[in-house]
Design a protein around this ligand. Structure first.
Ligand code: HEM
Ligand code: HEM
Length: 140
């Protein structure tokens, strides 16, 4: 993997995850009290705007990774299970994330729940795949 791509993956994915987690903290820990019960925190729209911008970069990177990184390693056993788990998780995050724009009612709630739970868990999948396990002979 080229240094530029590796850096871009680490930076964008970390910020994407942090912005999602920050939104969850604002949503669950700092709701605004209203006459009708707890309302959204005033920070949520700004955090989600940043998350949305980062998501565009994340999807762009996924395309780049699919073409370069995954294409090169397709036939090798190393990191295959963690790689495909991470790629599948990313695909579900993309679909459920964009479903939040285009669905309503129960489908919207379902997409939100799937996206929030899998988004939070994504860091574990990423760390397992990215842990250092020897130098690569591909793409360097
Ligand atoms: C490629 C990965 C991802 C993509 C494409 C993506 C995309 C999106 C999009 C489009 C939205 C809706 C934005 C809006 O309503 O303005 C969203 C919401 C959200 N995302 Fe992500 N996201 C990704 C990864 C993550 C990760 C890693 C987390 C970590 C926790 C996360 C947490 C959230 C949360 C909490 C919401 C708000 C959910 C709700 O409204 O119920 N996302 N995401
Ligand atoms: C969303 C999908 C994926 C992302 C974001 C991703 C990202 C990464 C990153 C950042 C590294 C560390 C690279 C380094 O330190 O040079 C890595 C290593 C690796 N990945 Fe992936 N990967 C993904 C999917 C896959 C898949 C599907 C496979 C296998 C078919 C795979 C195979 C490997 C291998 C063999 C390594 C070890 C180091 C190397 O060969 O570069 N990855 N991956």
């Amino acid at each position: 993997m080229s240094t530029a791509l590796r850096r871009a993956v680490f930076v964008i994915c970390t910020l994407l995850w942090l912005s999602g987690c920050l939104w969850l903290v604002a949503h669950f820990a700092f709701p605004t009290p209203t006459d009708f019960g707890p309302g959204p925190s005033p920070w949520q729209p700004a955090i989600m705007r940043v998350h949305g911008w980062l998501a565009v970069g994340g999807v762009f990177l996924l395309g780049w990774i699919a073409a370069e990184h995954i294409g090169d390693r397709w036939h090798r056993a190393r990191n295959r299970v963690s790689g495909f788990s991470l790629a599948s998780l990313a695909a579900v995050l993309v679909v459920s994330g964009y479903a939040l724009y285009y669905t309503n009612d129960r489908l919207h709630d379902l997409a939100g729940a799937v996206h929030e739970v899998l988004g939070g868990a994504a860091i574990a999948f990423a760390l397992i795949h990215w842990r250092r396990n020897g130098p690569s002979r591909v793409g360097r």
